[in-house]
Design a binder for this molecule. Structure first.
Ligand SMILES: [Zn+2]
Length: 288
């Protein structure tokens, strides 16, 4: 009871605390916007503003007014890297103001599924252009490739690359310096996740600016380190499984993640125990 009251007080205080919206220029026309939820990529172009992800509905007004500081134009195009609410919550707000939203087809079907379950369909919040494997967008001074990676963070992830600006937005296939959340119930898997990161590393070079779904702006080195972490943990846990260790033994074995726990990877949303459990579950429950 006491704890209950305490948590209500803490929550109220947290809500009162103003979320800070920041925008950082990465190249001539490309920016990274942060607030609360997934990092937003911004591309200023001859037609208007194109954004990658859009955080929560309650932040839309503040995000849009922050965008006014870099351009008078409106948001005309938006892509969702995947369906989670901290990346797509502003869809309806920006769509009703004229943005065309696109995403991998599973993003739309998952959002539709959730809305049907809740008995409230809001068509304007759904992507109106969907693709299976990928999409190319051509602007006057920029070419953009969006490509689908399979069964990584979810079953609908897209990674977006700006060819000329040399900026890569990874969505939630990259948590910079953090253990990742892998949504196994939405088609994510550790093996697909590793493949997605490997694919991104083929595109990136030493000058590429990498926007992670969560965490600070990153370089190829950071992504390399993240891949090493994923591979080491996965190999170590697979070895334990092969030697007949139980789920509980693996989840409780702090040694499996100690090297990266010490580097702070477990200080975010996913703690060391949770990442051990996720990798174990993914390795034993699917052939993906
Ligand atoms: Zn996510």
């Amino acid at each position: 009871m006491v704890i209950g009251i305490l948590s209500i007080v803490l929550n109220t205080n947290a809500q009162k605390k103003e979320i800070k919206i920041t925008i950082e220029q990465l190249s001539q026309n490309i920016y990274m916007l942060t607030g609360q939820g997934g990092n937003i990529g911004v591309f200023k172009n001859e037609k208007g503003i194109f954004i990658i992800d859009n955080q929560f509905a309650r932040l839309s007004d503040r995000i849009l007014s922050k965008l006014k500081t870099i351009s008078d134009k409106t948001v005309t195009m938006a892509i969702n890297t995947h369906y989670h609410g901290d990346h797509t919550g502003g869809n309806e707000n920006i769509a009703t103001k004229g943005a065309t939203i696109f995403a991998q087809k599973n993003v739309r079907s998952r959002m539709e599924g959730i809305q049907k379950e809740k008995g409230k369909i809001t068509p304007s919040s759904l992507p109106v252009i969907t693709f299976n494997e990928g999409l190319q967008l051509y602007f006057k001074d920029e070419n953009i490739s969006a490509f689908h990676v399979h069964n990584a963070h979810t079953d609908g992830d897209a990674i977006i690359y700006f060819t000329k600006g040399n900026v890569l937005h990874m969505g939630d296939t990259f948590f910079n310096n953090r253990y990742p959340y892998i949504d196994l119930k939405s088609g994510g898997s550790i093996k697909g996740y590793i493949k997605a990161v490997e694919k991104a590393l083929l595109i990136a070079n030493d000058d590429t600016k990498i926007i992670p779904g969560h965490g600070k702006l990153a370089s190829k080195n950071d992504l390399d380190e993240f891949l090493k972490m994923l591979t080491k943990l996965t190999n170590a846990i697979q070895k334990e499984i092969n030697s007949g260790k139980s789920e509980n033994e693996i989840i409780k074995n702090t040694g499996l993640t100690a090297e990266y726990d010490a580097k702070g990877f477990g200080n975010g949303f996913i703690n060391p125990e949770r990442i051990r459990k996720t990798i174990y579950t993914s390795l034993t429950n699917s052939e993906k």
